[in-house]
Write a protein that binds this ligand. Structure first.
Ligand code: ZN
Ligand code: ZN
Length: 430
């Protein structure tokens, strides 16, 4: 019981800290307890330790730590890849021989199908860069994938490192040292940037890992349950003695305490009969399952909203500024929009066949294969008053006298949102 409780508390704590460290910075967690814990973990605690270290050792300890942290977070390395694949391999090597004789043939077949998938999809996420990385050879083609929405992306901006115009939805990655098409985020899990071309493999990695962990926990449960039944009497005796000692109460804390104790006791029985190799690995799979599952859920939300992780941060910035009343929306004049492109609509538009592209398209904003074009321009002003002078890229296309203050993102069209199923299809096909 004590061993089971310690294993559970340790694994849950490590999973929670990992989740907060990696995902707490996501815009979805802004102004939430997870966001606050993230800033506590990555900003306040390190800066406090740094101050103490400067007083005690003149900063020698934290200098080494920050170099290691910088290397892990901001340079290409295989540490997380090796850790993840090593963990999966070690768990499979411990777990499968311990329960193999207890499994039916169809479960054995499923194990052979599910186990290789995270390896395969991680490999594809890490190596399929042809479409994601923008270079001088594919730049012209990359410029034609997405239109500039004049909210998150404007035409005419060059990457100072790559020395070419940034295509819409692209972002320069200082770790990969290249501009990335439809940049989602740099993922240390796959040691690569996720963008057009390999994002679908990342989704497959998330899905296959989520399924594998759930299935591993389920296998441990069904393989060990017959054995655990033999120990049930021992468990019952133990549980009853604890229940009698606990006053009956209908309050939530008491109810949760009883449930937790029951879970710890059940886990102790399974650890008794299965040991760390079978029950321990199954428990680890169960407790770490929420990590890929939550990340998968977040990316399904992004697909539903028609945005990337990178864009979700930009939209959150706009939302914050709108709440302060300093954002103005202008409608693009008809003559500024491309004559042969359909106008933007709300989601659920079907993807249309690509229009033929003239060779004489202006280099800073060529015609694209995207079926929608933004009708809006957003601008934020420091004074909180409607804009008086506008940047060239906006001035060329906006009707300057129709700017109106907007308070919510609901008033703005997201031209990259085609509707959930078309967003999914677009992500899976490219
Ligand atoms: Zn670049
Ligand atoms: Zn990168």
């Amino acid at each position: 019981m004590t061993l089971a409780r310690n294993i559970i508390i340790f694994t849950v704590t490590v999973s929670l800290v990992t989740f907060i460290a990696f995902f707490g910075r996501l815009p979805a967690f802004r102004n939430t307890p997870i966001g606050w814990l993230h800033s506590l973990l990555v900003v306040h605690i390190p800066s406090t330790l740094r101050k103490v270290d400067i007083k005690l050792t003149n900063g020698r300890i934290t200098n080494g730590g920050s170099r290691l942290g910088h290397h892990l977070m901001y340079e290409k390395h295989l540490a997380v890849v090796v850790f993840f694949l090593g963990l999966v391999t070690a768990c499979a090597t411990l777990f499968l021989p311990a329960v193999w004789y207890l499994l039916e043939w169809h479960h054995k077949l499923l194990v052979f199908t599910l186990l290789p998938q995270p390896y395969l999809f991680l490999y594809l996420s890490a190596t399929r860069n042809n479409e994601a990385y923008i270079n001088t050879f594919n730049h012209a083609e990359q410029m034609r994938h997405y239109p500039y929405d004049r909210i998150l992306y404007y035409p005419g901006n060059a990457c100072t490192t790559c020395k070419f115009l940034k295509p819409a939805r692209s972002k320069h990655c200082s770790i990969c040292k290249t501009c990335v098409s439809r940049a989602d985020h740099h993922c240390i899990w796959v040691n690569n940037c996720l963008g057009r071309g390999n994002y679908k493999w990342f989704l497959a990695l998330l899905l296959s890992t989520t399924v594998l962990l759930a299935y591993g926990a389920y296998l441990a449960y069904i393989a060990l349950s017959p054995l655990a039944l033999n120990h049930y009497t021992k468990y019952e005796r133990f549980y009853r003695s604890r229940s009698q000692a606990t006053p009956t109460s209908s309050t939530w804390p008491s109810y949760l305490a009883v449930k937790c104790r029951r879970f710890f006791a059940y886990t102790a029985v399974y650890l008794d009969v299965g040991g760390l190799r079978a029950a321990g690995v199954g428990l680890l799979a169960l407790l770490t399952w929420p990590l890929p599952c939550a990340l998968l859920a977040y990316h399904i939300y992004l697909l539903w909203a028609g945005m990337t992780t990178n864009e979700s941060g930009k939209w959150s910035d706009w939302q914050d500024d709108m709440a302060h009343g300093v954002v103005f929306l202008g409608r693009r004049s008809q003559h500024s929009m491309r004559a042969n492109q359909p106008r933007a609509r709300r989601p659920s538009a079907s993807i249309r066949p690509a229009p033929s592209l003239p060779d004489t398209a202006p280099p800073e904003e060529p015609l694209t294969t995207w079926p929608l074009e933004s009708r809006h321009v957003l601008i934020r002003t420091a004074s909180g008053q409607p804009p008086q002078t506008l940047p060239r890229c906006i001035k060329a296309v906006a009707e300057e006298d129709v700017f109106e203050r907007v308070w919510s993102l609901a008033a703005v069209e997201n031209v990259y949102d085609l509707g959930f199923w078309d967003n999914v299809r677009e992500a899976l096909l490219h």
